[in-house]
Ligand binder design. Sequence first.
Ligand SMILES: O=C(O)CCC(=O)C(=O)O
Ligand SMILES: [Fe+2]
Length: 340
Amino acid sequence: MAEKLVSSWYNLHSSVPSSYVQPPERRPDNAVFASGKLVPVIDLGGHHRPDIIRNILKSSQDYGFFQVINHGVSKDVLDATLNIFKDFHAMPEDVKIKESSKDPNGRCKLYTSSGRATKDVVKYWKDSLSHPCQPMGEFMEYWPDKPLGYREVVGKYTEEVRKVGVKILELFSEGLGLNREYLCGGLSEDPVVLSHYYPPCPQPSLTLGTSIHKDPNLITILLQQLGITALQVFKDGEWIAVDPIPNAFVVNIGIVLQIISNGRLVAAKHRVITNSSSGRHSVAYFVNPTKESLVEPAKPLLSPTSPPVFRSMTFGEMTANFLTKGFQFEEELRTGNFQN
Ligand SMILES: O=C(O)CCC(=O)C(=O)O
Ligand SMILES: [Fe+2]
């Protein structure tokens, strides 16, 4: 971690440093907002499976986003998770660095801005901790073990969210006409958890917490802190706010699922704005394939009248390209657009 965390210095400033000022066209105050539009809310506890599937597919085609309620993870687990990550980001910088530097391969990391700091023309008002979270705890020895209880709380949370992920992936598979387990093997076996902290910002109209991006994964299952609306989704030239709902998860489609569905499901652009009165925490669970997995349009969805819209590539190769080229790399993945 070469650059100082925003949380270490934000309270010393009454204006944002110039390196955090977005160009006018990207500033939140210059954006067009959709009034009255809402990302659909889906009750996963509902009993009519075909309805749930229909709603999930429709939201994923129209918005690339939906929220789920009655997903089976208890309020206690959600609260404990947000609290442990709050406590993590509140620790002194040297402790946070030590606790997140145990993995010799650097897959547990603490970073500021987008983590691609040298490539960001403008920086983002955010610190993040991320690490793999496989269900058998394979990687747990490299997780932070401070604050007290971190591994227990995050281990429980990621195990519970994994189950929600399996449910949702099964619904997607069925809805797309694939067999129920299609997305459940290597295509979703390398999950990563990301804890984002957006400190209070003195000039929210000039800066962004997270860049305008699409997620380079299968799906994301996001837990938002209540009381602050900051996540926005881009649809038809307008930004739609994703208001936090008590005990809900926000689910969004990543580029990998867009490719597997051969473009039927959409990975939408989104971003996070800051606010001056309080900090915000969110916890993203990225459902990722293993790096050896081949990401390509599902064969059962292809036919002479429905040819592949995307080319195949291993997830490892895809990730390396997204890291250097950003989500614009998606264009290169479309058949006919490939450049070396
Ligand atoms: O903090 C949020 O609400 C969203 C974060 C996000 O977009 C991501 O982790 O990809
Ligand atoms: Fe995202």
